[in-house]
Ligand binder design. Structure first.
Ligand code: XMP
Ligand code: MG
Length: 185
């Protein structure tokens, strides 16, 4: 049982601090606002890990836009992707002819985003781009790149700011490397 006040004891080191996240997302929000000015984009968040990133990005984007969410999962409680994708929830909007930006918590093997992109591309959007909070290039097993990246990280299992281990640690306000002892015993 994880006690909320004990969470930081399970973190080996902080990779991205709360202040760094805030500064970078303001910058990224300005970039997206410039790139999508006049295009009324639709931002599609991939649940659940994207929630804190999505909420802060939404506040940093200063142009008319719409939101939607989908849910796809490839992790079943562990630290390695199972490789098997489960599709749980589709978006509500018709995206034909729309400028779509997918928001994701982390681009790791690339399987999740490649699946989501293929699915959405079939629906005929005017454009389809990817904005990821974290990019872990060392984890890549499929050819997949993001158009917008907040932070590039080394090859470690990270939690916090939406990212979880067994659905815990999502509420940490920063991104940290989880101590291997947490999942090894
Ligand atoms: P793929 O491998 O499909 O991964 O690019 C995307 C999804 O896998 C989860 N993921 C992680 N979750 N720490 C986490 O808490 C990590 O280091 C990590 N790497 C991948 C995440 O849910 C993401 O949407
Ligand atoms: Mg996820």
């Amino acid at each position: 049982m994880i006690h909320p006040f004990d969470m930081s004891q399970d973190i080996e080191r902080v990779l991205v601090s709360e202040a760094e996240i805030h500064t970078r997302l303001v910058e990224l929000g300005q970039e997206l606002s410039r790139d999508y000015a006049g295009k009324k984009p639709i931002f599609v968040g991939v649940l659940k890990g994207v929630v804190p990133f999505f909420a802060e990005m939404a506040r940093c984007i200063q142009i008319p836009c719409q939101w939607d969410f989908m849910s796809v999962t490839s992790f079943e409680g562990g630290t390695q992707s199972t490789g098997k994708l489960t599709f749980r929830k589709d978006i509500d909007h018709d995206i034909a002819g729309r400028h779509v930006v997918i928001l994701e918590d982390i681009l790791d093997s690339g399987r999740t985003l490649s699946y989501v992109c293929d699915l959405l591309r079939q629906r005929g959007p005017a454009s389809l781009k990817i904005c990821t909070f974290l990019d872990k290039p060392a984890g890549r097993t499929v050819d997949m790149n993001a158009d917008y990246v907040a932070f590039t990280i080394p090859n470690a299992f990270v939690v916090g700011y939406g990212l979880d281990y067994d659905d815990y640690y999502r509420n940490l306000p920063y991104v940290g490397v989880l101590k291997p002892s947490v999942y090894e015993d």
